[in-house]
Design a protein around this ligand. Structure first.
Ligand code: ADP
Ligand code: ZN
Ligand code: ZN
Length: 751
């Protein structure tokens, strides 16, 4: 066996340009020991001072004269620093997901670019309580909604200062409004260079919340394991309102007592004002929030504060995982089933797996806690197999009754002459709720809308005979499978029932909004979708407007089913529940179940009785039946059987090789060769599918195609990936393959 002889090394990771590499020879005695991601000591510069560097690439050929190239002195010794760990994690991501080391470093190593220090602002009440109440009542009278929102928050929490960003970002109050209120002497805006104590953290307010025995059991188990040196991954399966967040807070408390830090991942869309305030109230200035709207300067600031021990807790989406705490003790991933935990850019990492790997790299290890009302098949499968520790929380601690769920069969509606997008039952309930002044949410599931077709009389869905996923309609009347490329002619009539209502369901949010206005002209309607949430803050603005009862009906895509609690929503209508079942990928049923369960859970949060109507063309489909019953376990059993039958994850693993090319023919030709190269590796039992065109076959004139490989052993798939990367590198070195790019996606989540 021969080992690479040269290493390309980065000396100063804090330098902006991570792609500035220096080449060193690996001495005989270190051959085979120097790996990508290692830290090594090298002579550097004119004086050959000893510096620490990180190995980014290994190679057999040198770009320099043999006698000019310097030699690595040794592997670095001592305990890994936060920086060492970030770089090792990047090396793991590169290998495990397939990407360049530079791309992995840019993802996993926090930015070091020094920015001007930010000042932190927060808002508090300047008036006394009586005056403030007067101002509040006046804002209601004058319909000054933004003023009303902020005054309500400040009155509810008079001893608190509220972080400025939360008010502008999450409460949807503009900077101009805040300024005019400050000028009028109603509020005070304070500035500090450090983010000190935004909240008077009166912990005694919380010590009186006694955890339920089920909650306490989780906290005790995780903390005891930790103290006994056992590092595990835990899955909390608990319906919304069952007290998961309260458990997270108690767990973090325990870790902080042990001198550790905590990383809390929450999908961006669920990072609501209420949730963030719960953490701020409890942990005061020890907590910080990261989100995508932060400027590079603000992000740098957060990272610095984490590095220097200024904070103990970071809350944020996927990328918050890479916060360089000196001593992370726990990583919590809430709503762990969310597909946003998987990166869509290379390296296409999953935050869950990466968190588990990070916990292994940390000198003391960390507990990993996953939480969800509808766990991913992956996590539940692992929990059942004993790989993760499973906890269940089955009681709703908020009170509030579970909603009554009814089904409406859209085939039946069509038969009885109702061609509108609202079933008769949904119309009845809308009339009833609106006349009582209660609120309704109408949810359209737009995922998988691209080109699916079905029979609107019997609900028959056109599926690939080989892959059991829906076919998509393409130009020229063809139906195509995006896994294997299978094609058939689009039939004129339904093969099941002979009906000629074979078509795609094209209702969008705008059309629904119009229909609502036609049916209920007196209702005030808000719409939330990709179009209405394009500008910064608009998402939070719409939600807080709805929560302040500035509208009666909220129409929207899956965006509306997450996050906020709306106690006055007593009706949820799901207009075409099966839409996401038609998505042409193997996770279609899982996604449908999650969306429906979440959507149904929106109704009846308050005192009043809630109703849910699920409209569907396939009310007998197991994802819909089990979601209506809020029965996760039955769903899981059906779904895992399907995955098992077709060897889809989590039963097996699936690697997607994505090829992009300016030229369709050339791309397909190379794709064919790539498949052949992988097949030559003779991995017994590996299943190769494709190449076929991707669901969106062309973007910006670049053709996209994919090959899928299914196999039980993930490491073997990684070897196939390595083989392919090697082959592509050789071609590139020969000056070929200029017009083709290659990416890998393991156990894909995004169709
Ligand atoms: P989840 O995160 O599972 O949705 P939360 O932690 O937000 O659940 O809890 C739901 C509600 O129940 C919150 O209002 C919370 O304050 C309350 N709650 C949670 N645990 C307790 C408890 N042990 N005693 C009283 N109320 C609780
Ligand atoms: Zn039919
Ligand atoms: Zn197929």
């Amino acid at each position: 066996m021969s080992f690479p002889k040269y290493a390309n090394i980065i000396i100063d990771i804090s330098h902006e340009k991570v792609d500035r590499l220096f080449q060193y020879r690996i001495p005989e005695r270190l051959l085979g020991q120097v790996e990508i991601g290692c830290s090594v000591d090298v002579p550097f510069g004119k004086g050959n001072t000893r510096r620490k560097g990180y190995v980014i690439e290994l190679t057999d050929e040198s770009n320099y004269d043999e006698d000019r190239i310097k030699e690595i002195i040794s592997l670095s010794e001592g305990i890994d620093t936060a920086e060492d760990i970030s770089i090792k994690l990047a090396a793991w991501m590169k290998r495990y997901y397939g990407s360049t080391m530079i791309a992995a470093l840019k993802t996993a190593v926090p930015t070091y670019k020094q920015q001007k220090r930010q000042v932190h602002k927060f808002v508090s009440l300047r008036l006394d309580e009586r005056q403030a109440r007067d101002a509040y009542n006046e804002s209601i009278r004058k319909k000054q909604r933004a003023r009303e929102r902020i005054l309500k928050e400040l009155l509810d929490n008079q001893e608190d200062r509220i972080p400025y960003e939360l008010i502008t970002g999450k409460l949807g109050v503009s900077a101009a409004t805040l300024k005019s209120m400050a000028d009028a002497g109603i509020i005070r805006i304070d500035e500090e260079e450090y983010f000190r104590n935004p909240i008077a953290a009166t912990t005694d307010r919380y010590t009186d919340k006694v955890l339920s025995p089920e909650q306490q059991h989780i906290v005790d188990t995780v903390s005891r394991d930790y103290d006994q040196g056992k590092r595990d991954t835990y899955l909390i399966h608990g319906i919304t309102g069952s007290g998961k967040t309260e458990v997270y807070i108690a767990l973090i408390d325990d870790m902080i007592k042990r001198g550790k830090q905590a990383i809390v991942l929450i999908p961006e869309i669920a990072l609501t004002y209420q949730t963030l305030m719960r953490f701020y109230r409890h942990f005061g200035d020890r907590v910080s929030v990261m989100n995508s709207s932060l400027s590079p300067g603000e992000k740098y600031d957060q990272m610095e504060r984490a590095r220097s021990g200024d904070i103990d807790i970071i809350i944020g989406p996927r990328s918050a995982l890479f916060t360089p705490f000196p001593n992370t003790g726990i990583i919590i991933i809430d709503e762990e089933h969310e597909s946003t935990y998987k990166s869509e850019n290379s390296p296409k990492y999953h935050a869950r797996e990466t968190a588990i790997e990070l916990s292994k790299l940390l000198p003391d290890g960390a507990a990993v806690v996953l939480g969800s009302a509808t766990p991913s098949l992956e996590s539940y499968y692992r929990a059942k197999s004993g790989e993760y520790h499973l906890f269940e929380l089955n009681r709703r601690l908020t009170g509030g009754t579970l909603p009554t769920v009814e089904m409406a069969d859209l085939r039946e509606e069509l038969r009885s002459g109702n061609r509108s997008i609202f079933s008769r039952r949904l119309q009845e309930l809308m009339d009833e709720k609106l006349s009582k002044g209660e609120q309704a949410m109408l949810f359209i599931n737009r995922r998988g809308l691209a080109g699916f077709i079905s029979c609107r009389s019997c609900g028959h869905v056109f599926k690939c005979p080989h892959c059991d996923v829906s076919l998509s309609e393409h130009r020229g009347g063809r139906l195509v499978c995006h896994y294997c490329g299978h094609q058939e002619i689009r039939p004129k009539v339904c093969p099941e029932c002979g009906s000629k209502y074979v078509s795609s369901f094209r209702a969008g949010t705008e059309q629904i909004e119009d229909e609502v206005k036609k049916f209920w002209p007196q209702a005030r309607v808000l719409r939330m979708d990709a179009d209405t949430t394009r500008t910064k803050g608009s998402y939070d603005m719409i939600l807080s407007a709805f929560s302040n009862k500035e509208a009666d009906v909220l129409v929207g895509t899956q965006m509306i089913v997450k996050g906020h609690d709306f106690p006055d929503v007593t009706l949820v209508g799901i207009l075409a529940a099966d839409m996401s079942l038609y998505a042409s990928d193997f996770r279609a049923s899982e996604r449908t179940f999650q969306l429906l369960t979440q959507a149904a859970g929106r109704a009846g949060r308050g005192e009043k009785e809630g109703n849910v109507v699920i409209q569907s063309y396939q009310p007998e489909h197991y994802a819909i039946v089990t979601a209506a019953r809020q029965d996760y376990k039955s769903f899981y059993e059906e779904e895992i059987a399907y995955r098992d039958l077709l060897r889809y994850p989590p039963i097996s693993h699936m690697m997607c090789v994505q090829i992009q090319s300016k030229n369709e023919e050339e791309g397909m030709e190379y794709a064919g060769r790539f498949r052949a190269i992988m097949e030559q590796q003779r991995v017994q039992g590996a299943v190769f599918i494709g190449p076929a065109l991707a669901p969106i076959a062309k973007i910006n004139d670049i053709y996209r195609m994919a090959i899928y490989v299914k196999f039980d052993d993930y490491d073997k798939l990684v070897l196939l990936k390595d083989t392919l990367e090697h082959y592509v590198k050789e071609l590139e070195d020969m000056g070929k393959l200029r017009t083709i790019t290659l990416q890998f996606d393991f156990d894909p989540m995004h169709g």
